[in-house]
Design a binder for this molecule. Sequence first.
Ligand code: UT7
Length: 341
Amino acid sequence: MTGDSRTGELKTGASRTTDLRSVVTGVGGYLPPDIVTNDQLARVIDTSDAWIFERTGIRSRHKAAPDQATSDLATEAARRALAAAGRSASDVDLIIVATTTSDLTFPATAAIVQRKLGAPICAAFDVQAVCSGFVYALSVADGFVARGMARCALVIGAEIMTRLMDWSDRGTCVLFGDGAGAVVLEPLAGAGTTDDRGILGFSLRCEGGKQDLLYVDGGPTTTGTVGKLRMQGKEVFRHAVTNISEAVVAAAAAARVDLPSIDWFIPHQANQRILDGVARKLGIAESRVISTVADHANTSAASIPLALSQGVSDGRIKPGHLLLLEAMGGGLTWGAVVLRL
Ligand code: UT7
């Protein structure tokens, strides 16, 4: 946030006031082994593979085992990201978990991850921006790493969305899945140009007045229950395709890059039709979009780091590539990050 904090404009940021950049040095993903196909859902819910695939592009989703909590998924993704970065838990000095499905009301899932990882005493907290959580968390982490306040930060998106489903609501329960993705962020000196590796710019947005379009109908200070996810799908869809582009353009402007120079577009994986609509609006070719929605469904804050992890592990995304990440979710929140790997 260093760039725009000088001008008092906090909702768009560019890491440009110091030479330090927050660089992704390792990526990891974890998907619980249990896979639930559309056909399996159609045996217990009034739905069909044809409807789900046609409307969303989803074929299957992963489901956490009953004895797995979000922190278990997050910890495994974090271990893999640390290994990819050549770091160990003892190096970690900041843990941020983006989640809307915390293990407990408190402590933060990040604190539980710190214990499970065996990381030293460090800063650890959660970011709650629902499906936009990873974009928000990366931007928050940039505020520490690019100021030299953290040397090995874990930014994790982790969710067990299947536990927030109302299984009698076929309009929502078929859309979500479980998983976790993580990145290691380290400070590296840059030249202050767009050739630098690291986070180059971001934009964050929230319109709280649109809460009713996507929310969970429970909480500790209202119902005293966890609640279930409620969504007006058509309205959320319309909002996504209409408003994400503005945030993407703002993030690209903050980063001072042109959209045609983006190597990979890594959107939040909610619906293939949203991915296609946003890419079309931005003039981004289908061949440059990382899509995992068919196999993962919507894993909320985990979807972007999982897609990033997939793109890196299958060799499409390489060091030096310019990446555009964007998301939209409950709040409503939305935003984008531009970074060079
Ligand atoms: O990550 C957070 C962001 N979330 C999103 O981005 C989700 C955004 N929204 C969407 O992806 C889409 O709006 C949905 C996939 C949720 C729904 O697609 P839609 O084209 O907007 O369908 P609809 O809700 O208008 O429903 C159309 C029909 C309805 O039947 P009638 O009233 O036309 O007879 C629904 O009852 O489809 C029916 N329907 C289903 N049929 C079979 C709804 N859910 C199902 C289902 N299986 N699972």
